[in-house]
Design a protein around this ligand. Structure first.
Ligand code: NAG
Ligand code: NAG
Ligand code: NAG
Ligand code: NAG
Ligand code: ZN
Length: 466
């Protein structure tokens, strides 16, 4: 399929002769001068977002939204209400082509859940079931605990794991490295005959908070119930076990997977004046986990993306290419909405100039992460100079994101907001992901960065080269 698609893509390319690149060669000096001419517009965007009438707007909008709706789990009534809310808000904002694109999304609910330590003392462990986990029987699963610090240790002690509840107390290295315990902990424990798994939350800092997230079963491995526990409780059980003391836990989980639900990707545009078929896509995801308010993950990213269109509209600007806002659904279930959007729209891939996603917080921005050709990167480097007034001029590697990677893999330039994520995983997927984490002045800066970059790319005479 992919191979066939590539061939089609090559055939389409010569038709993109709306692209002046294919007609005449432009020197990088010319491009530099062209970009420098955007400096007044960049300043106007920065002034409006950071100091002017739009100061704190993305924050205020987000606060009203998450205080009204709350968290927005895939398949939930809350997510449905959120999409209606945002659809109306985008229309009221006067944006163009506001519409919903239907998507079938997973519908899992955690139900009532608890974990009670019976030995060596009576203690209630806070847990959050992991997305897609099966339930325990109603009376729960009562079993002895085996604590391990790695998959290696689990496999070495495979004989000990049979019939036990495996507790993973893996050290936190980085999210990318450590998240495999959350994703695969139940499968690995299931392979060696464990009856359930409890996984130390994937976070660099904790005040006794469990952090949920998606996990994945394998069809040929028994499905065992699985939940995350706090760093504190994982370490406590590890200490107790290391003294040779037996730990017994009763785990009860009422999780249930329902048939897929109908949800929507939410889309709005500022239609391009000269190349309306060409698209600069800015995005964040509207769904969240079912804890906290989903303000940080990814309310912030979704609302600065909306803000980009609001600011451009308010300044009376209309770029040459279409600026398209997409608020993805069911990102937390593995980029479900984004995958469907890609399947539906990839026929037009040659018209996608750049895909941008903000999904790693909207803290103090430091620059832009970018994936694309060296030529495109050189152009982005010039564009970043327009953000000198707020000192956000850096450009980093790896501008991907769950929701845009489908396009980036096929060669579309991709960018993500690069901000100060030092506290991001403290709150990620936990009850702590609330509006209190967000800061209005940081969001103003993020919105300014997002807007200047997307506007200039959408308006430059030439397309971003691949
Ligand atoms: C924006 O938020 C900052 C920080 O909370 C506050 O000092 C400022 O007054 C706010 N501006 C407006 C226009 O509300
Ligand atoms: C644990 O929670 C249960 C149910 O809420 C409660 O009845 C019990 O007293 C708690 N146990 C401890 C040790 O706090
Ligand atoms: C592809 O682009 C054309 C031109 O903008 C548009 O009319 C059409 O609806 C697009 N198709 C899809 C599936 O997005
Ligand atoms: C600009 O940002 C860099 C980090 O990206 C920082 O080291 C420097 O101190 C900042 N300069 C000012 C004037 O804020
Ligand atoms: Zn996210």
């Amino acid at each position: 399929m992919k191979f066939l698609f590539l061939i089609t893509f090559i055939h389409i390319l010569p038709q993109c002769s709306g692209n002046p690149l294919s007609r005449h060669h432009t020197t990088s000096e010319e491009i530099k001068r062209e970009i420098a001419r955007y400096s007044d517009i960049a300043k106007a965007i920065i002034n409006l977002a950071v100091y002017g009438n739009a100061q704190n707007r993305s924050y205020e909008r987000l606060a009203r939204f998450v205080d009204t709706i709350g968290p927005r789990l895939s398949g939930s009534k809350n997510l449905e209400m959120a999409i209606k809310y945002i659809f109306n808000a985008l229309q009221e904002d006067g944006l163009e082509n506001v519409h919903l694109e239907p998507v079938k999304v997973p519908h899992w609910e955690r139900g009532v859940e608890s974990a009670m330590m019976l030995a060596p003392r009576s203690y209630n462990i806070s847990i959050l079931g992991l997305g897609s986990s099966v339930a325990t029987p109603p009376e729960g699963i009562t079993a002895e605990v085996l604590v391990v610090t790695s998959f290696d240790e689990l496999h070495k002690r495979a004989q000990d794991a049979k019939g036990k509840i495996v507790v993973y107390n893996q050290p936190y290295i980085s999210y990318e490295e450590t998240v495999k315990y959350r994703l695969l902990g139940a499968v690995e424990a299931g392979k060696v005959g464990a009856v359930a798994s409890l996984i130390r939350s994937v976070t660099s800092f904790s005040i006794n908070s469990p952090h949920t997230g998606l996990q994945k079963y394998q069809f040929d491995v028994p499905k065992i119930p699985t939940a995350c526990i706090s760093v504190e409780d994982a370490e406590m059980m590890a200490r107790v076990a290391s003294r040779g003391t037996k730990i017994v836990v009763t785990l009860k989980m009422g999780a249930k997977t329902y048939p897929d639900a109908t949800s929507f990707n939410t889309v709005a545009e500022i239609v391009g004046s000269k190349y309306p078929e060409q698209v600069v896509l800015v995005s964040g995801h509207l769904d969240s986990w079912d804890v906290g308010q989903g303000a940080m993950d990814d309310g912030g990213g979704a609302f600065i993306s909306w803000e980009a269109l609001s600011l451009i509209k308010e300044l009376g600007l209309r770029p040459k290419r279409t600026l398209r806002l997409v608020l993805w659904t069911a990102e937390e279930q593995g980029g479900v909405g984004a995958q469907q959007y890609y399947q539906l729209h990839k026929v037009n891939i040659s018209n996608y100039d750049i895909v941008m996603e903000s999904d790693e917080g909207t803290f103090t921005p430091m620059g832009l992460a970018f994936t694309g050709s060296d030529k495109a990167r050189a152009i982005l480097k010039e564009i970043m100079q327009l953000l000198q007034p707020i000192n956000v001029t850096n450009i980093y590697e790896n501008g991907g994101g769950t929701d845009i990677d489908f396009w980036v893999r096929d060669g579309v330039p991709g960018a993500s907001l690069y901000d100060d994520i030092s506290k991001y995983f403290w709150f990620h997927h936990s009850q702590g992901d609330t509006m209190t984490v967000q800061d209005p002045s940081q969001m103003n800066l993020c919105a300014a960065v997002w807007t200047v970059i997307s506007y200039v790319i959408a308006d430059m005479e030439e397309r971003l080269p691949r």
